[in-house]
Design a protein around this ligand. Structure first.
Ligand SMILES: C[S@@+](CC[C@H](N)C(=O)[O-])C[C@H]1O[C@@H](n2cnc3c(N)ncnc32)[C@H](O)[C@@H]1O
Length: 249
């Protein structure tokens, strides 16, 4: 197993694999001016174990295709969809977000929470633009600076981890340059990080370390996550996830 496999395993039993919340997913959905009571087509890219795919299915009549590269997450989502009798409206698709098999111009909505960074924001929203119908919407959450200046420690950490981190106005400019009309933006509050993501993840750590006792890669994965949580607690006033909703012109 490599580092990524361990990271997937650590995250597998949690409800979500990144910061977010039901209220925030529905807030972004409310910015989309389409009739979601109809059987519209939504793709949830980098869906993980499907927190958002399920919330979207419960609050629309959409047909949802949930895409992730790790089948372990998709198995969890299929189980959840089955338990909630949503299997007819949630389909899973195991493929990479940069090699999608959808038809061009075929989707009403592309949803992606906490995953576009894998391609990089600009690359991701540009590539996905091809798959939306004209007039379709993108709803993505992305790490975002919430102040113009930051202490060096957090600036250096994020520049190293994800150099494309930027302020909301810079992200919105990218959307406009690519051919989207921005329709809404808001930031994720602290409980989306701590209560919904970091605390459940922390609860998994003891059992994970026990399972992989003596494995240095597993130990490093836990240590890296603890560092990330500590940095968030220290510097949370400087960054969060921004939720961006925009319409393909
Ligand atoms: C931070 S998690 C967010 C998961 C989920 N959207 C959520 O908020 O709970 C990022 C997700 O992207 C997936 N992922 C990583 N690389 C990918 C790729 N190349 N193509 C598709 N999904 C990928 C991961 O497996 C993971 O589920």
């Amino acid at each position: 197993m490599n580092e990524l496999d361990f990271l997937v395993d650590l995250n597998l039993n949690a409800d979500r694999q990144g910061p977010g919340g039901v209220k925030e997913t529905l807030r972004a959905l409310s910015l989309i001016d389409l009739d979601v009571t109809q059987n519209i087509k939504i793709a949830d890219i980098g869906c993980g174990s499907g927190a958002q795919a399920v919330d979207l299915a419960l609050n629309t009549n959409a047909q949802i295709t949930a895409v992730d590269i790790f089948p372990q997450f998709l198995d969890k989502l299929e189980q959840k969809a089955n338990d909630l009798q949503l299997s007819e409206r949630i389909t899973v698709q195991c493929e990479s977000m940069d090699k999608l098999s959808f038809d061009k111009n075929s989707l009403d909505v592309i949803w992606s929470e906490g995953a576009v960074y894998i391609m990089g924001f600009r690359n991701g929203v540009q590539y996905w633009h091809n798959y939306l119908k004209p007039g379709g919407y993108i709803a993505v959450s992305e790490i975002t600076w919430t102040s113009k200046e930051r202490p060096a420690e957090i600036e250096n950490y994020w520049q190293n981890a994800y150099p494309e981190i930027a302020t909301a106005s810079e992200k919105i400019k990218v959307l406009e340059e690519i051919g989207y009309k921005p329709v809404g933006f808001f930031t994720l509050p602290e409980h989306c990080w701590m209560d919904n993501y970091y605390l459940p993840l922390q609860k998994e750590m003891a059992a994970f370390l026990e399972k992989y006792q003596g494995n240095d890669i597993a130990k490093k994965v836990v240590e890296d996550n603890i560092d990330e949580i500590e940095l968030y607690k220290k510097y949370k006033e400087y960054y969060t996830y921004g939720f961006y909703v925009a319409k393909k012109i």
